[in-house]
Ligand binder design. Structure first.
Ligand code: PLP
Length: 449
């Protein structure tokens, strides 16, 4: 069937050797170039006769790859970076070579079985019941949207007369929540957090009750964030979860970044209340050492999620004939790559203790970074870091000064730290998810401030 000619074999060696090189050597940081600039160097790569594998790979290696920031660089502390383990990256090669289909049990049972064990680990860490389950989706944005669609279906059963719906969440909730609201054409009841940036049950309860009295709409889900992206703040999950339960409302926890720390014993108590969740998400591509793109979406009652998300079509009905687990049925997607497998392989091979240790390591570096910022003559810490995001300001600097510093830092290939803001004030932040980021890296960065 396959024509694995000597030409393909040669290319395979080149591809594997490049991959091995990329895995073995510290990557340069690299950085963006304009489309015009890239075009002037590579021209149009899509041609009638094709460039040939060798030539296309050369273009990628020598030009295109260098115009992509190495998100796993130890001094890339931007947004939430990535830090896939070598094992996870290696297994991504296997996934790529294997033509696995991850949508149905019938086609991918072995892969789905393995993905489900990885999901089980996360579900158990959160304290969800045995029946809980879910699926790996592309990212937290799709994970949040998929969960909220299920939440609204639940509310429609509970309050069949209602035709206007709202999501209750913190003003500090991730942008993907308002994006989900827009897609779903529902409102957002945006609630002020306390002075520490945490959403509290007492405020949630009051705001929802007022909303229900004054508006012709009903809240269908309460969203708490377990580790905000900007500052790593964890909402008060116990009180917010209870405020939701008391009102028969779905409780969704967005832990895209922070819930990874469930596996770190020193951090676990901060997530008390996560066991109340009807659904939650965590992105292994953020702080669980998996390559892009993988978000674990878990439901307390997956059977209901399945009733909401299963696509029906004559050619698909054969997949629904037994009680098997079809990942397609648990989110907004049909065809899917087995994107949870690199995470599964790394977790299976290294064991869960290694995950706990790697997270603890990043926490120690974040604490050390906070300490050095505190002692820095020109910098001011924006609160003590709750997880592994360290935010600070340089009093006297305007937004333009931060941007200039950041551009220079990338230009000099020292690090990638784009400015952010908090309450309208420009800030800098180190998001530390990479166990290879050392205290000396932090010192290198701080020395430029
Ligand atoms: C990153 C993030 C998201 C979005 O996840 P993607 O994988 O980027 O789609 C949602 N919520 C929080 C808290 C995040 O940090």
């Amino acid at each position: 069937m396959h024509e694995f000619t000597s030409e393909v074999e040669d290319l395979a060696k080149e591809v594997l050797s490049y991959s091995l090189h990329r895995l073995k050597t510290d990557p340069p940081l690299d950085g963006p170039r304009t489309a015009e600039d890239l075009y002037s160097e590579v021209g149009n790569t899509i041609t009638a006769k094709g460039l040939g594998g060798h030539e296309a790979l050369e273009l990628f290696k020598s030009v295109l790859a260098k115009a992509c920031i190495s998100t796993d660089h130890p001094r890339n502390l931007a947004f939430i970076p990535s830090a896939p383990s070598e094992y996870a990256n290696l297994f991504d090669l296997v996934v790529g070579a294997s033509a696995l289909y991850g949508g149905s049990w019938q086609e991918g049972s072995g892969a789905v079985f393995a993905e489900n064990q990885a999901l089980r680990w996360l579900s158990d860490l959160a304290g969800l019941p045995e029946a809980a389950g879910g699926v790996f989706v592309q990212g937290g944005t799709i994970g949040n949207l998929s969960a909220l669609v299920v939440a609204r279906a639940k509310a429609r059963e509970r309050w069949p007369q209602t035709n206007r719906w709202a999501i209750a969440c913190s003003q500090e909730a991730h942008s993907s929540i308002s994006s989900a609201a827009q897609v779903m054409d529902v409102d957002v009841l945006s609630i002020a957090p306390d002075e520490n940036g945490k959403l509290r049950g007492i405020d949630v309860a009051r705001e929802i009750d007022n909303f229900h009295e004054s508006q012709n709409a009903h809240v269908f889900a309460v969203v708490a964030t377990a580790g905000t992206t900007n500052l790593g703040t964890i909402d008060d999950l116990v009180s917010v979860g209870n405020a939701a339960k008391d009102r028969d409302l779905w409780f969704h926890v967005d832990g895209a970044y922070g819930l990874a720390a469930l596996c770190a014993p020193s951090q676990r108590p901060k997530f008390a209340g996560i066991e109340l969740a009807d659904s939650f998400i965590v992105d292994p591509h953020k702080w669980l050492f998996a390559p892009f793109d993988a978000c674990a979406l878990l439901y307390r009652e997956p059977a209901f999620a399945k009733s909401v998300h299963t696509q029906h079509a004559s050619y698909l009905e054969t997949l629904q004939e037994d009680a098997s687990w079809n990942p397609s049925d648990y989110a907004i997607h049909l065809t899917r790559r087995t994107r949870g497998l690199p995470f599964w392989f790394s977790l299976a091979a290294h064991g869960t203790d290694a995950y706990a240790e790697a997270i603890e390591k990043t926490i120690v570096v974040a604490q050390a970074a906070a300490e050095r910022v505190r002692n820095h003559p020109r910098l001011t810490l924006v609160g003590d870091p709750e997880l592994s995001v360290v935010a600070f300001t340089r009093p006297g600097w305007e937004a333009a000064d931060y941007q200039k510093w950041s551009d220079q830092l990338l230009h000099d290939q020292i690090g990638f730290i784009p400015p952010s803001s908090d309450h309208g004030q420009p800030i800098l932040r180190f998001a530390i998810v990479n166990p290879w980021t050392k205290v000396s890296d932090i010192e290198t960065l701080l020395a430029t401030l």
